[in-house]
Design a protein around this ligand. Structure first.
Ligand code: HPA
Length: 253
C-alpha cells in the first residue's frame, strides 16, 4: 500500500483525530521544512502530516519552503499527497463552507523556488502538467466525499496568487474571467514539486470566504478561521473515508 501524506493549511494546524506516534524533524538539501512531520494514525490508518505554515509563528505563503516540505515527505516514503487549502470562493456555487476537489489550476505566483531542477543534472526536466492533480487520487477523494455524504464540487479551477495580501476586486474579476472557481495562495509550487518527484498529489479546497468584492463583509482572518473550525470535522471525515477506501483490498474483477 502506498504511503499517504497530508499537508494542512490555514486553520489545519493539527489533523483532528490524528494520534501521533512519532515526529520527524529534519533539514533537507533545500533547507528547513515548515516544521516536524507528524507520523500517526487516523481511524487506524497510518499517515504523515505536515502543517505548511509551520509552528506558532506562522510562515506566510510566499515564504514557505515548499521544496523542503515536499522533499522531506518524499524522503519519508510518502507517495501520495493530499493538500488541504483554504480558499476564497469566486464561482456562485463556491460559498463559504463548500469543498472543491479541483482538477485544474492557474499559477499566478512569482519569485518562489518552484523547481528542484537547478540545471546541474545535465538533463532538462519538463514535467507534463496538463493535468496538475493526480487523476486517480482526485477521483479517490471525490468517491470518499460521495461515500461520506459530504457536499462537494468534483472539479474546478484553483487560481493560486502570490499573497500574502488578499486580492483587489478587479483582480478577482480577472480571475473569474480566466476561469478560476476559487483563489488561494499555497497551491503552487507545491503541486508541481510533487510531480517532479513522481508523487501523486491532489488537493481539497475549503472555501472560507467570498473572494474580494463578492461578499458584503470585510475579509478577516477571524472570518476564515471560524469557517475552518466549523468545517474541521468534515475534513477529518473526508480523510478518514479516503484512507479506509485506499487501504481496502481491491475487489476481484
Ligand atoms: N484569496 C486568496 N487566498 C485565500 C483567500 C482569498 O480570498 N481566502 C483564503 N485564502
Amino acid at each position: 500500500m502506498s504511503t499517504i501524506g497530508i499537508i494542512g493549511g490555514t486553520g489545519i494546524e493539527q489533523l483532528p483525530g490524528l494520534s501521533v506516534v512519532r515526529e520527524h524533524a529534519a533539514e533537507t538539501l533545500f533547507g528547513a521544512p515548515s516544521g516536524p512531520v507528524q507520523e500517526g494514525l487516523l481511524g487506524g490508518q497510518s499517515l504523515y502530516f505536515l502543517h505548511r505554515h509551520g509552528g506558532p509563528r506562522s510562515i506566510p505563503p510566499h515564504r514557505i519552503n515548499y521544496r523542503a516540505n515536499i522533499s522531506l515527505l518524499h524522503r519519508l516514503g510518502v507517495s501520495r499527497v493530499v493538500a488541504i487549502n483554504a480558499v476564497g470562493g469566486i464561482s456562485p456555487d463556491m460559498q463559504p463552507g463548500r469543498l472543491l476537489i479541483p482538477d485544474q489550476l492557474i499559477d499566478y505566483t512569482w519569485g518562489r523556488e518552484h523547481s528542484f531542477d537547478d540545471g546541474s543534472s545535465g538533463s532538462l526536466q519538463h514535467i507534463d502538467f496538463t493535468e496538475p492533480y493526480d487523476r486517480e487520487l482526485r477521483l479517490a477523494l471525490v468517491e470518499a466525499a460521495e461515500r461520506a455524504g459530504i457536499a462537494h464540487e468534483p472539479c474546478g479551477t484553483h487560481g493560486v496568487t502570490q499573497g500574502p495580501r488578499l486580492e483587489t476586486a478587479a483582480e478577482v474579476r480577472r480571475l473569474a474571467r480566466d476561469g478560476c472557481d476559487v483563489v488561494g495562495m499555497t497551491g503552487m509550487p507545491e503541486a508541481a514539486l510533487a510531480r517532479e518527484l513522481g508523487m501523486a498529489y491532489a488537493c481539497v479546497c475549503m472555501v472560507v470566504n467570498p473572494a474580494a468584492g463578492l461578499g458584503d463583509l470585510p475579509l478577516t482572518l477571524d472570518m476564515m478561521r471560524h469557517i475552518l473550525e466549523r468545517e474541521a470535522g468534515v475534513v477529518r471525515t473526508l480523510l478518514q473515508t479516503l484512507l479506509s477506501n485506499l487501504s481496502a483490498p481491491a475487489a476481484e474483477g
